[in-house]
Design a protein around this ligand. Sequence first.
Ligand code: 6PG
Length: 466
Amino acid sequence: MNNDIGVIGMAVMGRNLALNIANHGYNVSIFNRTVKKTKDVVYNNPKKTIFPFFFIKDFLNSLKKPRCIFLMVQSGSSVDNVISSLIPYLNSGDIIIDGGNSFYKDTIRRYHELLKDNINFIGAGISGGEYGALTGPSIMPGGKKVVYNIIKPILKSISSKFDNEDCVSYIGPDGSGHYVKMVHNGIEYADMQLISETYSILKNILNLNNEEISNIFSFWNKGELKSYLIEITKNILLKKDGKHDLIDCILDSAVNKGTGKWTCKNALDLEESLTIITNSVFSRYLSSLKSQRTLASKILSGPKINSIIHNQEDFIEKLRQALYLGKIISYSQGFSQLGSASKKYFWNLKCGNIAKIFRSGCIIQAACLNKIVDIYKYDDIIINLLFSPYFQDISNKYHSSLREIVSYVIKQGISIPAFSSAITYYDGYRTKESSANLIQAQRDYFGAHTYKRYDKEGIYHTNWIE
Ligand code: 6PG
């Protein structure tokens, strides 16, 4: 047998990716720890060019050389365990592709460990959920470019397309592909949080029902805000469960698998002000404290919602503008972090290409990414997207709506951490003279940490207590 590629891990993502590859005319060997899952894939897809294997050795012997093995297993120790089980049978030049949500530092470690045995390792971020894996995901491969070139035809054929362009692009060395996927997920958290705050405002301030809110999202999805997440939100709000709207039956406690947290921890390391994403992660943590929140709702006071909106249409339009500005500020923060990481880790990331492959297939696909692609086309070293003419124009037009919505909603006692961090960051970023002079003075006062001055060069220390 001389199969083109092997896929290990037949949970939903691995199964769908294997089917996607097979649908594009490749012969695919598959393997799963539990035999039943492997058999199920073949049983349910009898005509596909998919070949089941129940022993790792047979699985590897079925592949043409150099062997390409896609790992679609849970991130963490499972990836290491599967790699260890492969190593005895691998030859120099073979390629392992990790398509899971692995932590980029694990990918860097695995890349270097495997290199000692001349085994090539590609850390490929894959976004699009189970449907995307089957029909065309966005793929972010990192590793050696020459190795990427070997697997490029397969990745290109299975990836999503945007205007006939493949949503896969070589990202950079070692862990950079998984790093970019991690930041993608951070942006995903912020998008989701901003949308859920918008839903809360429409529900609690305007007292709209789910169908009315869905109609608003549906209308917005025809304009600047067009995106996959707005699209699914409008569908979610219409879903019934018997007589009820399903959304009203779902517990208001959101969990997470950690990629958002990794993005924020890395932002702290890089000294990036990733405030919207970080607040979105914190919001998930706060949401999970259901019993504490229930108790606090009884003993901690706040205003009663008492909203009199005279012009509902105008309020909804301002909310739309606030949501769009919040979103683009969040993308500015995310792309700024990509720029910093690129410099710090010597990855030479091409942010324009990254924006390109985010335009279809992935969870954060959105119309505004096309604008970001254009911005990087003209200025590929732009330090912050807010300096681009397009982002400037939106900011200058929409900041008063964001400000108005935030102040109104806070006065009503509704928590909107992502919206409020967006306007706070915006105002902080455009503030020429901040209050950090006082912080510098305080540091010097209690710790002799020194400070710099406006009026003369050098480093100064004052004896504050004469
Ligand atoms: C994607 C998603 C996916 C992620 C889920 C769940 O791009 O397809 O980002 O990789 O695992 O969105 O993430 P949380 O459980 O952390 O919300």
